[in-house]
Design a protein around this ligand. Structure first.
Ligand code: SF4
Length: 257
């Protein structure tokens, strides 16, 4: 499979699971018994009342409204490899410096490089300075394989997972993310797997009225309600932030907001 870059109109859809493995070969490497993974930077963000955040390289979707840095499209160029222990040490240091007890993985898609993530979560579980750990994901890999979710649940009792759902129907999912539409259901399955394994989970949905119709929003909410009405009560609503990378990707796709 060739690595898809920025999404263009008419581009053939890709298999995001296959893309996960292609990306993993670039953003992760084995060293002795551990798996190193690429990150671009570490800093405290204002979200979650201040969370020490590690920004991962590489994603298995190509959303045309994405505001992540170019490391999403060119993972071979950006970032540096870190062992799980190095990442936890950096997060812990940030927590100490900025007096926070919350840490988070964001940036690209943190579930790419499973072995690295599981080891990192085990270390977070032992780190007393960090009380809450937020994993932000598009849910594709967690929906694809329930054993992955079980492994995460066993690794860390401080874990909260935020699943971001990009569309309310398969057609829009394909158009917005570049993934083939049959993978649309995976984020919903991820939510089901997480609930089944006893992991705290909440959902963020794209509700930007410039892209999402009222009908699509309704259909999305009713799907979530059929899984668990709590998901609807705790729903986070996302709009598109026109940061420079989002503007550039929207322009390349030919969408004007
Ligand atoms: S918005 Fe999230 S899921 Fe979509 S391409 Fe960007 S990082 Fe990946």
């Amino acid at each position: 499979m060739q690595m898809p870059r920025e999404l263009r109109p008419g581009q053939p859809p890709f298999n995001p699971i296959e893309l996960s493995y292609v990306t993993e070969k670039i953003v992760a490497k084995d060293q002795k018994h551990t798996q190193l993974r690429k990150y671009t930077h570490f800093r405290v963000v204002r979200f979650y009342r201040g969370a020490a955040t590690a920004f991962t390289v590489g994603c298995n979707l190509r959303c045309f409204f994405c505001w992540s840095p170019r490391a999403r499209d060119y993972p071979e160029i950006y970032g540096k490899y870190y062992a799980p222990k190095e990442v936890v040490d950096k997060l812990t240091e940030l927590c100490r410096t900025y007096s926070t007890t919350r840490a988070r993985l964001s940036g690209g898609e943190p579930t790419i490089a499973r072995k690295h993530l599981v080891e990192l979560l085990k270390l977070i579980d032992e780190e007393r300075r960090i009380e809450l750990f937020i994993l932000e994901t598009n849910g594709l890999l967690l929906g694809y394989d329930q054993s992955f979710v079980k492994e995460l649940a066993n690794a860390c009792s401080k874990l909260v997972v935020r699943v971001s759902i990009k569309a309310g129907n398969p057609r829009e999912f394909q158009r917005r993310t570049g993934s083939a539409e049959e993978f649309y259901w995976l984020p919903f399955q991820a939510v089901e797997h997480l609930i089944r394994e006893g992991v705290r989970v909440y959902v963020a949905i794209l509700i930007d009225p410039r892209l999402v119709t009222v009908d699509e929003r309704r259909s999305l909410i009713s799907k979530l309600a059929s899984i668990d009405p709590r998901l609807v009560r705790e729903l986070e609503e996302e709009t598109i932030e026109l940061f420079p990378e989002a503007r550039r990707r929207l322009e390349l796709y030919g969408v004007k907001l």
